[in-house]
Ligand binder design. Structure first.
Ligand code: ADP
Ligand code: MG
Length: 381
């Protein structure tokens, strides 16, 4: 991979890169739609990464190429970067350069070549992987002295303000802060993280990723509306964010809200509590206890938060019926991927059952990947 990316860089940009960096996609074990409520999540990095070869330029140009792009080089003047000015995939990496400059950091141009194994649009955060790999490379090339959480904030700001996607901070924190063999307990308010050992193999377990290969159109608008609903509920309850509502206070709080906001608040509060329970079970060396929490979390996303869809519901149902210890959609919803915690010797049967259920329902075959807790963003060459 490294030799190929290096060779492609030289072919596209006509000289050698200064270095190679990688940043992973992620699956979120539990804690969905909690990050923009200042809450908790428990993501882990995937072995699939976005790889970047980069070399600084001193003429103020940013030249972008992706192995998964249309073959063309996008050439931009760093000083002219502005939200809305860059269409297509280039807005993610260009947004990071813009966001660094918005922080007052004197970064210049670069030749960049990207090559990613994170499937795009599958709810596995290929966009955050692109942003984060550019952020860590710029951090090192331009000697910025930024800590990992600050890089995640820069990447999130790029996605929010430059690419126009109102995401929370979980995807970027996972991509820069995860470590091999662990899930990441994330506090989205303080950006404090705790590495929680997640030993699948030692417990005879595997974590399947079932990519439904669908992404329903309403995702963007619905996400913004849900986010606004949560903020509205927090305001009505006199809280800074829904994170500040404990499970024990939930019944009283729900009685003070308009009916339309009740299910949203119930999901966020119970989901934050599930993150706490899941992290406790993992820390106690009982990863199989994650199973029921996953399935409960999915029910909450389906019934209360309304972000599931026929494909993700069917994948969860078929996986659990075929013996999975638990399963849930992961990522923002309306399609994307489902994770299923399975006993190692039942993994093939679960994957087959989900594929058969999809065929029976007339859905296209899901792509099956395996999630192994992997390292966060790093230099690789
Ligand atoms: P997700 O982050 O869940 O994969 P998004 O819609 O947030 O889905 O991001 C997918 C977008 O990210 C793609 O449409 C494309 O613009 C960009 N992208 C991801 N990977 C690559 C890549 N290797 N090369 C170019 N663009 C990419
Ligand atoms: Mg994304």
């Amino acid at each position: 991979m490294n030799a190929r990316v290096r060779g492609d860089f030289e072919r596209v940009h006509g000289r050698a890169p200064e270095g190679l960096w990688a940043a992973p996609g992620r699956v979120n074990l539990i804690g969905e739609h909690t990050d923009y409520n200042d809450g908790f999540a428990l993501p882990m990095a995937l072995p699939q990464t976005a790889v970047l070869a980069a070399r600084r330029r001193d003429d103020g140009l940013l030249r972008l190429h992706s192995a998964q792009g249309d073959g063309r080089v996008t050439e931009l003047r760093v000083a002219d970067l502005a939200p809305g000015s860059v269409p297509g995939w280039a807005r993610y990496p260009a947004g990071v350069v813009w966001a660094l400059r918005e922080r007052g950091l004197a970064v210049g141009g670069a030749d960049l070549h990207l090559d990613s194994t994170v499937p795009a649009g599958a709810g596995l955060s290929s966009s955050a992987a692109l942003e984060c790999v550019v952020a860590v490379a710029y951090e090192e090339l331009y000697g910025l002295g930024l800590e990992r959480p600050e890089l995640a904030r820069v990447a999130q700001y790029a996605e929010n303000a430059f690419a126009g996607v109102p995401c929370g901070v979980m995807d970027q924190m996972a991509s820069v802060c995860c470590t091999e063999g662990s899930a990441l307990h994330l506090d989205s308010r303080s950006l404090e993280v705790r590495q929680v050992p997640f030993d699948l193999g030692g417990h005879g377990l595997r974590l399947l990723v079932l990519d439904t290969r669908v992404q329903h159109d309403l995702a963007d608008g619905a996400y913004a509306a849900l986010r606004a609903g949560c903020e509205n509920a927090a305001r009505l309850l006199g809280l800074a964010a829904l994170r500040d509502l404990g499970e024990e206070e939930l019944p009283g709080a729900l009685g003070r809200l308009p009916a339309g906001l009740v299910p949203l608040v119930r999901h966020v509060v119970t989901e934050n509590a599930r993150v706490g329970r899941a992290a406790e079970r993992l820390a106690a060396g009982e990863p199989e206890a994650l199973g029921p929490l996953l399935t409960e979390g999915h029910a909450s996303l389906r019934e209360d938060y309304g972000v599931s869809c026929a494909e993700t519901d069917l994948a969860v149902e078929a996986a659990v019926a075929a013996g999975a210890l638990g399963a849930r959609m992961t990522g923002g919803g309306f399609g994307g991927s489902v994770i299923a915690l399975v006993r190692a010797d039942e993994a093939a049967a679960v994957a087959r059952a989900v594929t058969a259920a999809f065929a029976g329902a007339g859905f296209g075959a899901p792509a099956v990947l395996e999630a192994v807790p992997s390292a966060g963003a790093r230099r690789i060459g």
